[in-house]
Design a protein around this ligand. Structure first.
Ligand code: ADP
Ligand code: F6P
Length: 319
């Protein structure tokens, strides 16, 4: 192995830059050339890449987003797009690829590996929805951003005796909502993994009103949606003035926390060593604080369920 490529794909996540830095520095330390590929699989198909050296990744450890840019690339999923990507890798003598992204990006890495391009995936997504790993790069920063934002919402909600329904990211996964809901002391948490009934939300609110509670924050995962309507219904049923807030992409930006930088550094280093050991079609993961790796097929077939005990505790301590 003489030359590797690195790209970021799918939704960006804070800490991706720290991962790129670790990949580039490790590769250079091991005598490999590194090529940074811009805009995920789009850049790969379009041969949009550049040589990276030790100094290409100076001063990026603290930066959110990704210096390599990211993209969602429908063309890459086609036979023609895939063949083009393989041809570009071969033309540029890329012997291995590090793909930093979510499970969609890993499916692409799996297909490339099948076509003879050794790939290793690093989990980078705020959603923490990759089953084989306890943690995905970006989660901690995102959670802290949500907490800071909802704390501000709480201030004004409290001042006006209001209920605020806050939508956080996560189309299919309620992990961000559950964890942030606990951290902000949400009165109720609504996630795709757990059916909910509006009647129950209202009943709980009415019960806690009797104990002197006067304002509420309800955290809802993006996948549930309809926060404006939910706020309207709550207001109608409880008489408490209710507002809705969609935190949106503010959650995906910002300087990565120490945790995200550390995990990114360790995973980036590990990924390059996997390629050097001749391993392909692997995903880097962290389990009980240990960095390990899985076959991508195996990783993509795993399932991860929400900790319902955590959910129950969250509700129990928020009355
Ligand atoms: P994430 O990696 O954050 O889950 P996406 O699901 O949008 O983000 O995937 C990122 C990119 O990975 C897609 O735009 C596509 O190019 C590629 N990809 C996603 N799913 C597949 C698939 N089933 N097969 C091949 N490539 C895929
Ligand atoms: O996968 C990360 C994520 O931020 C999800 O939480 C969210 O549903 C989605 O990406 C938003 O994607 P986009 O930036 O394309 O709107």
């Amino acid at each position: 192995m003489k030359k590797i490529g690195v790209l970021t794909s799918g939704g960006d996540a804070p800490g991706m830059n720290a991962a790129i830095r670790a990949v580039v520095r490790t590769a250079r330390a091991r005598g490999l050339s590194v090529c940074g590929i811009s805009r995920g699989y789009n850049g790969l198909m379009e041969n949009d890449m550049f040589e990276m050296d030790l100094r290409s990744v100076s001063d990026i450890i603290d930066r959110g987003g990704t210096i390599l840019y990211s993209a969602r690339s429908p063309k890459f999923k086609t036979e023609q797009g895939m063949d083009l990507a393989v041809e570009v890798c071969k033309r540029n003598n890329i012997d291995g690829l590090v793909v930093i992204g979510g499970d969609g990006s890993f499916r692409g890495a799996r297909d490339l590996s099948l076509k003879g391009i050794p790939c290793v995936g690093i989990p980078g997504t705020i959603d923490n929805d990759i089953s084989c790993t306890d943690y995905t790069i970006g989660l901690d920063t995102c959670l802290n951003t949500i907490v800071q934002s909802v704390d501000r919402v709480r201030d004004t909600s409290e001042s006006h005796d209001r209920c605020t329904v806050v939508e956080v990211m996560g189309r299919k996964a309620g992990y961000l909502a559950l964890e942030s809901g606990i951290a902000v002391g949400a009165s109720y948490i609504i996630i795709p993994e757990k059916p909910y009934s509006l009647d129950e939300v209202i009943k709980r609110m009415k019960e806690t009103l009797k104990t002197g509670k006067r304002h509420f924050v309800i955290v809802v995962a993006e996948g549930i949606g309809g926060v404006a309507n939910l706020a309207k219904r709550i207001e109608e049923e409880t008489g408490i003035e209710s507002k809705s807030v969609i935190l949106g992409h503010v959650q995906r930006g910002g300087s990565p926390t120490a945790k995200d930088r550390i995990v990114a550094g360790l995973m980036g280093n590990y990924a390059v060593d996997l390629l050097l050991q001749g391993k392909s079609n692997r995903v880097v993961a962290i389990k009980k604080d240990e960095i390990i790796d899985y076959d991508i097929y195996e990783a993509l077939n795993m399932t991860k369920s929400i900790d319902l005990n955590k959910y129950n505790v969250a509700l129990e301590i928020s009355i």
